[in-house]
Design a protein around this ligand. Sequence first.
Ligand SMILES: [Zn+2]
Length: 263
Amino acid sequence: MIIDSHLHFGNVVRFNLTEEMLLSSMKKYSINFGLVSNIEAIEYDFDRKPVFIINQYGANLKTVQLCKKHPDTLKGLFWIKPVTETLDEKSKELILENKDIFVGFKAHPYHSQLKVTDSRYIPYFEFASIHNLPFAVHTCIDSWSDCRFLHEVALQYPQVKFIAVHMDLRSDYKKAVEYIKNTPNLYGDTTWVNDGKTVEWILQECGMNKIIFGSDAPIDGVDTYASYREMIEYLKKSLTPAQWNMVFANNAKNIFRMLQNKA
Ligand SMILES: [Zn+2]
């Protein structure tokens, strides 16, 4: 079984990720289950210009609707808009009324142009802490998304599990690995770390229980998973079956505890 902790849908800037693409991609590459978030909630585009497609509530309501259509395949992450909005009562209600759908939050410091250390994230982190919801955060070596900022926040909220998505995109991963290794509530996601040997080294450093599989599918189309084939096969050979199952399914079940009843 494979659980992909990092899937998207939505139509914004250069992306049009349809439900059809997402589901057929998972089917084609035998991905059994995944956590999806709506990219239409981004607040800034790649030219650092403000973007508005839909409000926070509306974007995440679409996630609920999509997951309800595919209960055996998808659960959701609530994509936050900390700059243009906040965690208003309507959004809180949406999360609590759909506790079986939203297993956590998704923050994108680059597309919000806001470091996670900014006070505007506090209402979300406090809510996550009270309701035991993990936080998946895009990390990259740019001015907003550095894993260093996430590490600071992870220390401030020890009861919240944080996932460093990409483990610092465009880096050699060494700094992110140090943070993940030394911070009990900080985990790593393999999205775009798609070289088998590199992931093997990260697992040796951080521990088998600290890393989860993620892909960003179907961001490069129905065949996004083709980029991960080598990595998946390499780890099948280099890890024991029990270890492989941890990275590709069981760790996600432990972190996002609402997935635990998934076969
Ligand atoms: Zn993503």
